[in-house]
Design a protein around this ligand. Structure first.
Ligand code: F0G
Length: 353
């Protein structure tokens, strides 16, 4: 059997790399496409639903796909340091891959709005973690200017190599299904990933690897939904901190994807996001982070539009372990603390006696 060697090696013919590109990899990609039948059942007619669980990447999110490319190309160009703004996942991935490449990583994060696991990662991977008293949009503006004035490479999704790496998720979906799905449901923040998926589907389509192209269904949190309202949001707010973004850098690209794919963008409330988050864990055994659950929440919100017999893929962008606080605050099981360490007490607590 073939051993997985990372997404750059696997998909090199579709990527802007040469034999001179130093491949910086943690063997990211090759994540499972998991059937989620109990969620499919909620649609009320025959539909196949899959979760593309990108939370199983080396640093726990889809950002690793973009970062293996961005850091490899930065290394090829001789970069010594990289910088990004981040709601958490990009900072974790940038830190890990930069360090693997022997580079310094500077990450700007919005103070108080980064999930605990992501902060822990950036710190332990040894990034310079600059916590600003502002939001992601402000942080992104600063790092863009910084990269223009100082010898530091920007690795946010405005770096084209990020999208090149991330498009491989679409390749994997097609490789697993034998064709593109009818619908691709995806959370949208800075709108890099939806753009990357569409690039991937189009490239595979042109190469004869799939017959269809999916409708791209993008979902934003209601408190941070500029692509739905048509206006930048000055004070974005949502429990899904990963997508707490008011002015997406890839705004025009996302709108172009929406129209080219006959797709739709919708907002989902925090309640809908958390309901889908709990459902994925309790019905399917899949623990994703809140932002990721926006794809399932959105699909369920517009489920009446799904054609009978359709194949739907929901992208789960990040691992639930990233955000333990939200999980504990929203747990749905009886947590029974303070039990005496005896057989009787435990049996009683279990309801056996
Ligand atoms: N899901 C998760 C878990 C994310 O971390 C992000 C973005 C998205 C979805 C949205 O992807 O921005 O390409 O539309 N996180 C960025 C970060 C902003 O800094 O980690 P997008």
């Amino acid at each position: 059997r073939e051993v997985w060697s990372g997404l750059i090696k696997t998909y090199q013919q579709y990527l802007p790399v040469t034999e001179n590109t130093p491949v910086v990899t943690l063997l990211e990609g090759n994540t499972p496409l998991i059937p989620v039948p109990s969620i499919a059942q909620l649609i009320g007619r025959q539909v196949q639903v899959f979760a593309k669980y990108d939370g199983l990447n080396p640093t726990g999110s889809f950002k690793d796909r973009g970062m293996t490319m961005a850091i490899s190309k930065a290394k090829e160009a001789g970069a010594r340091a990289v910088i990004c703004a981040s709601t958490g996942n990009t900072s974790a991935a940038a830190a890990a891959y930069a360090k693997r490449a022997g580079m310094k990583a500077f990450v700007l994060i919005p103070e108080g709005y980064v999930a605990l696991g992501k902060l822990a990662q950036a710190l332990l991977y040894g990034a310079e973690v600059l916590s600003i008293k502002g939001n992601f949009d402000q942080a992104l503006k600063i790092v863009r200017e910084m990269a223009n004035s100082y010898p530091v490479t920007l690795v946010n999704s405005v770096n084209p190599y990020r999208l090149e790496g991330q498009k491989t998720a679409a390749f994997e979906v097609v490789d697993a299904l034998g064709d593109a799905p009818d619908w691709l449901c995806i959370p949208v923040g800075n709108a890099g990933n939806i753009t990357a998926y569409w690039m991937g589907f189009c490239q595979y389509h042109q190469s004869g690897k799939c017959d269809r192209l999916p409708r791209m269904m993008g979902f934003q949190a209601a408190g941070a939904a500029p692509l739905i309202t048509g206006q930048p949001v000055t004070h974005p707010d949502t429990v899904a901190t990963a997508i707490r973004i008011g002015n997406p850098a890839n705004w025009e690209k996302a709108i172009a994807v929406q129209s080219a794919s006959n797709g739709e963008f919708h907002a989902v409330t925090d309640e809908e996001i958390l309901a889908a988050y709990r459902l994925l864990a309790s019905e399917e055994g899949i623990f994703c982070e809140p932002a990721s659950a926006a794809s399932v929440a959105g699909m369920l919100k517009v489920k009446d539009q799904i054609p009978t017999g359709a194949t739907v893929v929901c992208v789960l962008t990040g691992n639930g372990l990233k955000d333990p606080n939200t999980a504990i605050d929203n747990n749905q099981n009886a947590f029974k603390p303070g039990i005496e360490p005896t057989l009787e007490a435990v049996a009683q607590a279990m309801g056996v006696i």
